[in-house]
Ligand binder design. Sequence first.
Ligand code: SF4
Length: 308
Amino acid sequence: MKKIRLSPSMLKDFKAYQNKMFCGFLFDALYISRTVIIDPTPSMQMGQFFEWIAIGSLPRDISDPAILIIPGLKIAGKKKVDVLIPELIKASQNSEEIPFELINDGLEYFQIKYYNLLIQADHFKKTLQHYKIEILSIQKTIQFDKEDYLRKGVLDIHARIHKMPDETGGYFKPFEAIIDIKSTGNINNRWEDYGWDLLSLPFKEKIMMQPKEYTMIWRLKYNKEIPFFFFVHANTNEYSRKIIKVNIYPGILQEHNEWVKSVPEIIKGEIFLGFTPYPDVEKCYDCPLRNKCVYRADHPKIHTIELI
Ligand code: SF4
């Protein structure tokens, strides 16, 4: 049997599967038999665009930024964008400044969220300078290899932070850190799984899987811990931004690690018995397996509520 590859996304979906919130048929197809790939959603494309414009990183399966950007811009549905984008790419590769003047003329054709992210990327670069954040590498792969499974993560940024203020009015000594950059339409949202309201954030399993797993892999690989930061940028305006340092208590990290170590054995059991489908009219509608799936839900389940 092949090694089971454990990524934060896979672990997040497996936890949801254990909670009956993610369909086992789809989980199997995505992460075990690997017979389907989910096309990036518009918000994922926007995130990829932001990462490219902010730090020059592209998803591993994409080598040409034009390929990355054009599908996102199809949403705007205007032809002129195709002419504009190669110029934008060329200009941004030759200059540290974002060429705003290039897009001003085309703004009516340019999705406003993309425009906000261009400005946000410029803000992000200035924030790097403000805190004297030295980028040591982008898209660094970290992994922890065991006989039957592989824990793996790709860091947006491995950095050394030289000027982070402490609580006494001074500065911490320069330190290494993991930085993950995000763009979002939910920067202050409390209720969504991917909302970035600070009070509810520690309880959001889907977001917290990544800092826990990256911190743990780093510890297993290098025998030390380094802090994890989210740099979050709104795509709904050009100014809302948050820097979030995720302090993880040792007990939480230990609990996470024990759970991850148990996952390969549980998955082997699921492979043997067969993953359980959890049809749901909303999820099945978007599912890449919907055309051939015999479990597909075309009608909502009937829920009962009690008034007492
Ligand atoms: S169509 Fe529905 S039941 Fe079938 S694999 Fe997709 S989510 Fe699961």
